[in-house]
Design a protein around this ligand. Structure first.
Ligand SMILES: Nc1ncnc2c1ncn2[C@@H]1O[C@H](COP(=O)(O)OP(=O)(O)OP(=O)(O)O)[C@@H](O)[C@H]1O
Ligand SMILES: [Mg+2]
Length: 508
């Protein structure tokens, strides 16, 4: 580096001066020494118009790695690996990806809004004589940033902010994302017990592989991007930075797949909450507190998880009745409730709303259900579940995505027939996908399409048969009603009151 060489020479000159100064100071009285010190510093400042900032790897007594150091390391890895000649390789994402960063004693330049800065990585090796089993652990690594004093404002004002933000973003991208599931709350004994277990999140679903109308996917993607970039907006409007999604639709229409695609799209962790193993509302809150930012909290099949529908209503009625009747009864009842306690609708509502404002942000809550009409409206009102997404049976556009994924084709002469049948039949994308999967090595795309057509025809016939059965059942019901009709007419003719009929039975 040119700058390096220049300053090495200047450094030697300064070292020479320093030596001369040390020699002199022994022969000068202390007062004079103070003057010499002051003016020599001024002189150095004058000839050395650069400012340096040092960023140590560890804060305090090596307890905590400095966040700034990690962010700078990531920033420089992404921006300097092309110019640095000596690099260091590091493994991230649980041994699945390699990240290069600049090696110790390496120097690189960076530019920001026309300002040039120099970064150098270095380390202090302790001068202790003691033997250490871990010499590397005693080294104190640091980055040194050098810039012209005229650029002080821009570097300390906006450049460093830019480096730290970008570094943190890269860090978030490089980390191995996790899929968490909650441990049953009865096993949370002990102070250090963990509430969540995790495995690496490796679901391959993306919005590209998701079979759904393109415009719907775009709308959801836009919504997610807007959310992830709205930290300041949420702060401005005084709302917690979270968003609720309700995914509803028949089984196999891609609700779980959509969650995976969302997590991959945003680079978020996923917390899969199994409500049935959560003892009560307070345990649910504890779980929530232990989730991290940039995460999707999922409660699948909300209608089956617990009897949440209308529980709030029932509880309210109970409380009122008890209070009216007997306060002792009320206390007894409350005790019973808390013994066999379970998560209630109001607990769940608090889980979504109540605590959000006080703990963290950047969280998405997703509920899935097969039956939207079974849910309590309080649970899914806007503000709690901000976006309702219907996952429906496979349409032609969704089929094309699946055919592209499974068969690597974008058109075929059988497409028209498939399109017509899909219009007339309800088949889930999961079933369509199953039919598109080659059953043996000899099966080609056409064979798979033919087997899909067969399956669609069979489904169509089955639906028609069920419809006929339903019509027949309704006819029988109607006939039975009509048979009862004459006796009622007779009642009218004879002028017998309805009360008498009820008491004496129907007159033959
Ligand atoms: N829209 C889709 N796009 C791509 N693949 C899909 C889609 N829907 C379903 N599949 C395929 O079908 C399988 C089942 O889908 P998924 O588990 O996402 O359905 P679901 O709606 O969550 O069903 P359930 O209501 O039973 O939980 C997935 O593994 C996926 O391969
Ligand atoms: Mg599912």
């Amino acid at each position: 580096m040119i700058l390096g060489e220049t300053w090495t020479q200047l450094g030697s000159a300064i070292a020479g001066l320093t030596f001369a100064w040390v020699m002199f100071q022994e022969h000068f009285p202390p007062q004079l020494r103070g003057y010499i010190k002051k003016y020599s510093k001024k002189m150095v400042d004058f000839v050395y118009p650069y400012i340096e900032i040092k960023f140590d790897e560890f804060k305090g007594e090596r307890l905590k790695r400095s966040e700034a150091f990690s962010a700078i390391q990531n920033y420089l890895s992404a921006n300097s690996t092309k110019s640095a000649k000596r690099l260091k390789a590091d493994v991230v994402k649980d041994s699945q990806a390699l990240v290069l960063s600049m090696d110790d004693h390496e120097e690189v330049t960076d530019e920001f809004n026309g300002v040039k800065v120099w970064w150098a990585s270095s380390k202090n090796i302790p001068k202790t004589q003691s033997f250490s089993f871990y010499p590397a652990a005693d080294e104190k690594r640091y980055y040194r940033l050098t810039f012209h004093k005229n650029d002080r404002e821009i570097v300390t004002g906006s450049y460093l902010k830019h480096v730290l933000n970008e570094g943190k973003e890269i860090q978030a991208k490089n980390r191995q994302r996790k899929l968490y599931s909650n441990n049953p709350s009865k096993s949370w004994d002990g102070y250090k017990s963990t509430k969540w277990s995790h495995v690496p999140f490796e679901h391959p679903a993306t919005f590209d592989t998701l079979a759904m109308e393109e415009y719907k996917k775009e709308e959801i993607k836009k919504d997610l991007i807007k959310f992830s970039k709205s930290k300041d907006y949420y702060a401005k409007i005084g709302k917690a930075w979270k968003r609720g999604y309700l995914l509803y639709g028949p089984p196999g229409t891609g609700k779980s797949t959509m969650i995976a695609a969302m997590a991959n799209f945003l680079d978020y962790d996923v917390y899969d909450v199994e409500l049935t193993t959560v003892k009560d509302n307070s345990q649910l809150r504890k779980l929530l507190i232990e989730t991290s930012n940039k995460s999707i909290i999922v409660i699948e099949d909300i209608d089956c998880s617990l009897d949440l529908t209308g529980q709030r209503q029932k509880k309210k009625e109970n409380t009122q009745n008890n209070e009216e009747k007997d306060p002792v009864e009320k206390i007894k009842k409350d005790g019973e409730e808390s013994k066999g306690s379970q998560v209630t609708l109001s607990g769940l509502l608090n889980f979504i709303d109540g605590l959000w404002s006080s703990c963290g942000g950047e969280r998405i809550v997703v509920f899935t259900t097969n039956y939207i009409d079974r849910l309590d409206p309080a649970l899914i009102r806007r503000g709690r579940m901000d976006k309702h997404i219907e996952m429906s049976y496979c349409c032609f556009e969704a089929f094309k995505v699946l055919a592209h994924n499974y068969l690597d084709i974008d058109s075929h002469k059988l497409y028209a027939e498939v399109g017509l049948l899909l219009e007339e039949t309800n088949m889930s994308p999961a079933d369509v996908a199953e039919n598109l999967m080659p059953k043996s090595e000899d099966e080609d795309a056409e064979d798979c399409l033919k087997s899909l057509i067969e399956a669609l025809k069979a489904a169509k016939e089955e639906a028609a048969r069920k419809k006929d059965e339903e019509v027949a059942r309704l006819m029988v019901e109607k006939e039975e009603k009509e048979k009862e009709q004459p006796s009622q007419e007779k009642v009218k003719e004879n002028g017998i009151s309805a009360k008498e009929v009820k008491e004496n039975g129907v007159i033959a």
